[in-house]
Ligand binder design. Structure first.
Ligand code: 5CA
Length: 160
């Protein structure tokens, strides 16, 4: 199999996982779409966001309701002014299209950071290679398999 779903399944198996991939015909392209389809908190959705830091693509596994603060990501990466990757850059770096980009299983290992807000859940849901599929995973397992450093890089909401 060489379609995106098959490639993800193979990558997950190679990582020692047997993910319970769920398909939702109504689509899971965005975190809100995925949370609605699954019936979970949007904070349980893993956004696998590619940023370009210097010339290096890095992966920011971001909880559904959160936004990346580029200055914080810059400090973690040690590179100035990371910016969101274009659709073409996402595909080149991960092998998958935006909306289906999984958090691991890319052709080359990307430096990866995980949002601490994901870690409070028993399980979180991430894209499984396509914009209509997701799989559940314990956040600690996600961080381990993705090789992610768990460290804060999102905007903090104003108090009150
Ligand atoms: N399947 C869902 C939930 S698992 C998903 O993949 N969500 S996501 O957040 O990881 O992917 C969608 C993200 O891609 C959006 O949050 C947005 O940051 C980014 N995006 C969407 N369109 C573009 C675009 N044209 N260029 C760059 N980034 C984009």
């Amino acid at each position: 199999m060489n379609d995106a779903a098959g490639r993800f399944a193979e990558a997950a198996a190679a990582a020692g996982l047997a993910p319970d991939v769920r398909r939702f015909p109504e689509g899971t392209r965005t975190a809100d779409d995925a949370a609605r389809a699954i019936g979970c908190d949007v904070g349980q959705i893993v956004k696998s966001l590619v940023f370009v830091a210097g010339s290096e693509p890095v992966l920011a596994l971001t909880a559904g309701g959160n936004r990346v603060d580029p200055a914080k990501l810059a400090a973690l990466c040690g590179a100035a002014d990371p910016r969101k990757a274009t659709a073409d850059e996402v595909r080149a770096a991960t092998g998958y299209a935006i909306g289906g980009t999984p958090p691991f299983g890319h052709p080359t290992r990307l430096r990866c950071f995980a949002d601490p807000d994901l870690m409070g859940f028993d399980r979180v849901w991430a894209a499984a290679g396509t914009p209509d599929s997701v799989f559940p995973i314990a956040p600690e397992e996600l961080a381990r398999v993705a090789g992610a450093l768990v460290a804060p890089f999102t905007e903090t909401r104003p108090a009150g």
